[in-house]
Write a protein that binds this ligand. Structure first.
Ligand SMILES: Cc1ncc(COP(=O)(O)O)c(C=O)c1O
Length: 360
């Protein structure tokens, strides 16, 4: 059996949630579990961290998977409904939703009230991300319209930062000030901060925070690892050596022969993982990999099912030896850097071939 395994540590997930609580002690937490819990496995992660104050997802489908797993926590649909018909499920499964657009307000207006159920909503405000949310000039009308609906309960207001990971820039503070000025005088709770803001902008913590990446133990800042932020990497991606070969001087490896052996002889190991599993094709020659816990480097292009590493520095190595692609002892931030991407994307790339296993 081909053994590509993403092992997810419950201990690390709980530790990271605890770190959020320490860093934002006065705030409630919407733990972001969208996109299959950033690739870590939605149902199991949701169960592990269900004592967060709420769980954040991108769609009704994700919310229903959590409910089917038996998790009763508050679930927030971060983009709200996509179609009016979804309101029936929102009600049935007691979901909370973001309202970011007039069509969602219209859907709520036309929803026939049949009992005393109240839709719990967060109003999203655009303060500079220019993705979702009401503009400052439409906010008052949106708020007034929603306030009049007796089957709607406005929990509060949300906005999202565009550059919270850039500590030296002023834009996060400006977005936060703008947000406060737009909602001034309106009763309701405030929710602004993602992981980067939780870590770098304590003044934005407010009533609720919305951590994603840091729950999984990775860092939102370039050049900083999760461990340096007192987080524990939740995922270790594992595979094994499936072939070893010796190359003479000048022999090349893989498609396009982009790595050429510079020594009289080199030992090359072939690992069972490739872009068909979600390992990034863009990982350059020299991307770090651990074989038997020791650091080696990739050689040549990543294939669909395999990649090659230079094992010449290892004395004893054989087929079947364990490989770590990222995790506890090899920061995903480093691999992302070599692949010209971000940890978020690496987490979310897995294909169905990768077995995700949760361990205590
Ligand atoms: C609206 C919103 N809030 C919070 C988050 C969590 O962000 P992070 O993973 O950087 O903590 C995201 C993630 O993309 C998001 O879209």
């Amino acid at each position: 059996m081909r053994n590509v395994l993403a092992q997810v540590s419950q201990y690390a997930l709980r530790h990271n949630l605890q770190q959020v609580r320490k860093m934002a002690p006065g705030s409630k937490i919407i733990a972001m579990v969208k996109a299959n819990a950033y690739g870590h496995g939605l149902s199991k992660v949701a169960k592990t961290i269900q004592d967060a104050d709420a769980l954040g997802v991108a769609s009704l489908e994700e919310a229903l998977r959590i409910r089917q797993a038996g998790v009763q926590s508050d679930i927030v649909l971060m983009e709200g409904i996509f179609r009016e018909e979804e309101l029936a499920d929102v009600k049935h499964h007691h979901l909370t939703m973001v309202v970011h657009h007039w069509f969602q307000i219209q859907a709520l207006q036309s929803y026939a009230e049949k009992n005393d159920f109240r839709f719990r909503i967060w109003i999203k405000i655009n303060t500079g991300m220019n993705r979702l949310g009401f503009q400052a000039q439409e906010f008052d009308e949106a708020y007034a319209t929603l306030s009049k609906l007796s089957h709607v309960e406005i929990i509060g207001f949300m906005t999202h930062f565009a550059e919270a990971d850039e500590r030296e820039k002023d834009s996060t503070r400006k977005q936060a000030d703008y947000f406060q000025s737009i909602i001034a005088g309106k009763p309701g709770q405030r929710c602004l901060a993602n992981s980067a803001a939780i870590l770098a902008w304590p003044q934005t913590h407010a009533d609720w925070v919305r951590p994603g990446l840091m729950l999984y133990g990775a860092s939102p800042f370039v050049g900083v690892t999760g461990k340096e932020l007192n987080l524990l990497p939740a995922m270790t991606l594992r595979s094994e050596i499936i072939a070893i070969r010796e190359l003479a001087l000048g022999e090349r490896v893989g498609y396009g022969g982009t790595w050429e052996n510079p020594r009289p002889i080199s030992k090359i190991g072939i690992i069972a993982i490739g872009y068909g599993d979600g390992y990034p094709w863009h990982a350059k020659n020299g991307t770090p990999v651990l074989v038997n816990g020791q650091r080696v480097m990739t050689t040549g292009r990543v294939s669909m099912d395999m990649l090659a590493v230079d094992l010449s520095s290892l004395k004893e190595v054989k087929v079947g030896d364990p490989v770590t692609l990222w995790g506890d002892t090899l920061p995903i931030e480093e691999v992302a850097h070599h692949a010209g991407t971000i940890p978020y994307e690496l987490f979310c790339r897995f294909t169905e071939r990768v077995k995700v296993e949760i361990i205590s």
